[in-house]
Design a protein around this ligand. Structure first.
Ligand code: PMP
Length: 426
């Protein structure tokens, strides 16, 4: 069956033919391919076409697809059963691993997605502070919980519905939004409403309006504001956790949040999320405390096995340094290709995540990210796809490298970019 035939069938049966919006290629145009198999740095579609993959299942596949150590761990776990509904030993090992790698996390609760992690974290922030308001940043995405689909990034931004229909006004009114990387705006908001704010949630490196690192001192400034006003600082490290550094963005920038949310890499490719933080906060979660949160499949033994195997691999000495060096090679290479072609272009990168902008400026804000030339990006995307390179199908998503990306993959990508830029420029 061809990609086109599958998409025709899918569109009749699933909204937009997909189970998650950005996959549908709606903003870049055209039709998505259907992956038959993945290995290392590459995907193969049902027609046998190979793509060098810079999406990595949207972040989890940091050691490449189909890594034998992860697959073997899953196979071993499967032999003992798929789900128990009782505690299992791997959950304890997982909690020990996370709390060891992320010192601000003294206790942790496993869930099944990043969305669940962030929804639970703000319930905890509200329950623990007795306050109702939440602060988030324009262009940041924290999953599809009602409180977060207000000026949201990722697919919500890609499809022009940053504030989604269906989110009750009463809910949206409790979500205050701020411009990313603007500390004065945050100071002004806290001066006005600081005593009503339960928590401030931020992607410490924004990855859902393309990739935008925090400016110097920004995260420290937010830390101080939250402490001064008794609000909890929540780092959403669903994307950055275990990726920008072994200890996540909080280790990279040296700022400890009160609560952290995780997803993607900790599941090794299985559906997993987690939230954790200071002991006295986490002890307020049921059944230790009164704030309720639960999950039939949470701490699933197969998912824990996959996540643990991946966390083991990324603790190899120098893993993140090598990943960052590879990412730099890619970004610098793309910059020099674009410069050579006379195309206005800039890149951002932190560790193993990066952003490409058709913009002459270094991008540090939502306004700059949304002002970049998205039409040119869409043409570039298709030029790359035609040449066997799969970038995220939206100008508002970060890209990801894995340890399976070799110098040859990068050289092939740069060669493809030269041709794609020539085509895209017209
Ligand atoms: N937070 C961030 C920072 C994310 O990037 C995402 C997903 N891309 C989520 C939360 C939601 O995670 P999930 O899709 O697993 O629900």
């Amino acid at each position: 069956m061809s990609n086109h035939e599958l998409f025709q069938r899918a569109q009749k049966l699933m909204p937009g033919g997909v189970n998650s919006p950005v996959r549908a290629f709606k903003s870049v145009g055209g039709e998505p391919f259907f992956t038959a198999r993945a290995d290392g740095a590459c995907l193969w579609d049902v027609e046998g076409t190979r793509y060098i993959d810079y999406v990595g299942s949207w972040g989890p596949m940091i050691v490449g697809h189909n890594h034998p150590a992860v697959c073997e761990a899953v196979e071993r776990a499967v032999k003992d059963g798929l789900s128990f509904g009782t505690p299992c030993p791997a959950e304890v090992t997982m909690a020990e691993t996370i709390t060891r790698l992320i010192p601000s996390v003294e206790m942790v609760r496993m869930v099944n997605s990043g969305t669940e992690a962030t929804m639970s974290a703000i319930r905890l922030a509200r329950g623990a502070t007795g306050r109702s308001k939440i602060v988030k940043f324009e262009g940041c995405y924290h999953g599809h919980g009602d409180s977060f689909l207000v000026k949201a990034g990722s697919g919500a931004l890609t499809f022009g519905v940053p504030t989604s229909p269906g989110v009750p006004k009463a809910n949206a009114d409790l979500t205050l939004t701020l411009p990313y990387n603007d500390l004065d705006a945050a100071k002004a908001l806290f001066a006005e409403q600081g005593n009503e704010i339960a928590g401030l949630i931020i992607e410490p490196v924004a990855g859902n309006m393309n990739c935008i690192p925090p400016v110097d001192g920004y995260l420290q400034g937010l830390r101080e504001l939250c402490t001064r006003h008794g609000a909890l600082l929540i780092f959403d490290e669903v994307m950055t956790g275990f990726r920008v550094a072994l200890g996540g963005a909080q280790a990279h920038y040296g700022v400890a949040p009160d609560l952290t949310t995780f997803g993607k890499i900790i599941g090794g490719g299985m559906p997993v999320g987690a939230y954790g933080g200071r002991r006295e906060l986490m002890e307020q979660i049921a059944p230790a405390g009164p704030i309720y949160q639960a999950g039939t499949l949470s701490g699933n033994p197969v998912a824990m096995a996959a996540g643990l195997a991946m966390l083991e691999l990324i603790q190899a000495p120098g893993f993140h340094e090598r990943l960052a060096a590879r990412t730099r090679l890619l970004c610098d290479g793309l910059q020099s290709v674009a410069d050579g072609e006379g195309v206005a272009f800039s890149t951002n990168r932190v560790g193993g995540m990066f952003g490409l902008f058709f913009s002459a400026e270094e991008v540090r804000s939502y306004a700059q990210a949304t002002a970049a030339d998205t039409a040119l990006f869409n043409r570039f995307f298709h030029g790359m796809l035609k040449r066997g390179v799969y970038l995220a199908p939206s100008a508002f998503e970060a890209g990801f490298l894995s340890s399976a990306h070799t110098d040859q993959h990068i050289a092939d990508t740069l060669e493809a970019a030269r041709g794609a830029l020539r085509d895209a420029r017209g």
